[in-house]
Write a protein that binds this ligand. Structure first.
Ligand code: SF4
Length: 401
C-alpha cells in the first residue's frame, strides 16, 4: 500500500479507537449518518469565523509555507484596505446565524430548537465578549500541513492569536457540555496543532487554549516542549505504520454504540442460518480440544518438573528414554519495570528513545549511545534476571522437539 496520506487529529484518533472503522471512513469513504451535534459544531464554527475574520492581521510565515491568511478586506480586491475592520452588529450576527443554520441530523424539531437557542445565546455572548476584550487574531479556520519527522500531518486550526509577548496562541473552540484544564493539558489535538503552526509560522507558539463556548472560559496551557511531544510522535508513527501495513482489525468496545458500521462489521455480523449447525459443531469440537490442550499442558508441566528435579539432583543435562533423549536447556532473560524506567528517561529528557515500551526496547536502549551512560546504568539497575529451564527432545531425526 502506498504511504498513507496526511493524518489529521480525528483520523489519528479514529485509528487508535478502531482501525477497521478508520478503513471504512478513510479508505472506503463510507458515509456516516449526520448527527445534530456535529452539524451544530460546524454552524457555530462558521459564524465565529465571520465574527473574527475581519480582524485578522497575518503573521510572518516560514519560507515556502504559503502566504498566510487574507482578511475579508484583502478578499474584496483591496477596495476596503484602508478601512479599519468593522465588527458585525448583533443583527448581522443573527442574520449570519440564520443563513448558516442547518437542521441536518437532529432527532426532531424539539432537539433542533434547543440547539438553535443554545447557539444563538452562545454566539451573542461570544460576540459581546469579543467586542469588550478584543484579541489580535493571526488566522481563523486555517488549513495547515506539515511533515513531522517524516509523518505527514494536516489540520484546520480554529484560531491563532498573537500573545502580548509577540508569540502565538492556538485557540480551539469546543461546544461540548463539559471541559476542564486537564482536557487542554492532555489534548493530543492541541499538540498536533502546535506542530502544524510551528512548522508554518516564523513565530513561536506560546500558549494552547481550549475555549469552552458555553461558558466562554478559556482553558490555557503553555506550549509543549519537544520532549513532551515525543510520545505523541511515537504514537502517530505507530498509526502511520499500521495504515501502511493495512492493519485494519476491528477493536470492539463502548465506542461501537456510536459506530454506523455495525451492520457490516465482522464483530457484529451473525452466522447465516444455513451455516449455523455446521459452525456450532466446529465450535464445540474446538472447545473440547482446548480443554484437552489445557489438561495435557498441565500434565506436561508436571512431567517436566519431575524430570528437572531428578536431573538436577543427579547433575544431568541429557536423559535418554526409549524413543528420544530429553535435553535440559537453560534460558536467561532480563526483565525491567517500565514504571521505574520511564521516570528516569523522562528526567534525562530522552523518553522518546523507549520505542514501544517493552523489555526488548529497554534492552535496546541500554546499547543506545545517545542515552547518557549514567542513565543507562540506572536503567540497568532496575532489571531483574529470570532464569528458565526447559526440555528439548532429540528423537534422532535431527529436529529437536
Ligand atoms: S462496530 Fe466497533 S469494532 Fe466494528 S468497526 Fe465499528 S467501532 Fe470498529
Amino acid at each position: 500500500m502506498p504511504a498513507p496520506s496526511a493524518l489529521s487529529y480525528s483520523s489519528y484518533r479514529t485509528y487508535l479507537e478502531c482501525p477497521l472503522r478508520w478503513k471504512y471512513l478513510y479508505v472506503e469513504h463510507r458515509p456516516e449518518l449526520p448527527r445534530g451535534y456535529f452539524t451544530f459544531g460546524r454552524v457555530i464554527h462558521s459564524v465565529l469565523e465571520e465574527i473574527v475574520r475581519p480582524f485578522v492581521v497575518p503573521a510572518p510565515r516560514r519560507p515556502g509555507s504559503g502566504d498566510g491568511q487574507k482578511t475579508l478586506d484583502d478578499w474584496s480586491a483591496g477596495s476596503l484596505a484602508a478601512t479599519p475592520p468593522r465588527a458585525l452588529t448583533t443583527e448581522e450576527l443573527l442574520a449570519a446565524y440564520d443563513r448558516a443554520w442547518s437542521g441536518e441530523g437532529y432527532s426532531g424539531p424539539d432537539e433542533e430548537g434547543r440547539y438553535r437557542a443554545l447557539g444563538r445565546d452562545l454566539l451573542v455572548r461570544f460576540h459581546d465578549q469579543f467586542a469588550r476584550h478584543p484579541v489580535v487574531p493571526v488566522a481563523v479556520e486555517e488549513h495547515l500541513e506539515a511533515r513531522w519527522d517524516g509523518i505527514p500531518l494536516h489540520g484546520y486550526i480554529d484560531r491563532i492569536d498573537r500573545t502580548p509577548t509577540g508569540g502565538l496562541e492556538i485557540v480551539d473552540y469546543k461546544t461540548s457540555r463539559e471541559l476542564s484544564a486537564e482536557d487542554a493539558r492532555d489534548s493530543d489535538q492541541l499538540s498536533i496543532y502546535q506542530v502544524l503552526v510551528e512548522s508554518n509560522y516564523a513565530e513561536p507558539v506560546e500558549r494552547l487554549t481550549l475555549l469552552h463556548l458555553r461558558s466562554l472560559v478559556p482553558h490555557r496551557t503553555a506550549a509543549r516542549t519537544r520532549t513532551a511531544l515525543d510520545p505523541l510522535h511515537t504514537r502517530l508513527g505507530a498509526v502511520a505504520d499500521g495504515i501502511r501495513e493495512q492493519a485494519f482489525e476491528p477493536t470492539p468496545g463502548r465506542h461501537c454504540t456510536r459506530c454506523d458500521f455495525r451492520s457490516i462489521c465482522p464483530e457484529f455480523r451473525t452466522v447465516p442460518p444455513p451455516e449455523e449447525a455446521r459452525l456450532a459443531a466446529l465450535v464445540d469440537r474446538f472447545e473440547s480440544l482446548r480443554a484437552d490442550e489445557r489438561r495435557l499442558n498441565s500434565e506436561l508441566a508436571r512431567a517436566a518438573e519431575e524430570l528437572h528435579h531428578a536431573a538436577e539432583s543427579l547433575g544431568l543435562h541429557r536423559v535418554p528414554g526409549t524413543r528420544a533423549v530429553a535435553i535440559r536447556r537453560r534460558e536467561e532473560a532480563w526483565q525491567y519495570s517500565l514504571d521505574s524506567v520511564r521516570p528516569l528517561l523522562k528526567a534525562a529528557g530522552v523518553s522518546g528513545r523507549l520505542g514501544q515500551e517493552s523489555s526488548d526496547d529497554v534492552r535496546r536502549l541500554l546499547r543506545d549511545t545517545e542515552v547518557p551512560a549514567e542513565i543507562r546504568r540506572k536503567v540497568a539497575e532496575t532489571g531483574s534476571r529470570r532464569v528458565r529451564w526447559y526440555w528439548e527432545l532429540d528423537t534422532g531425526s535431527g529436529d529437536p522437539r
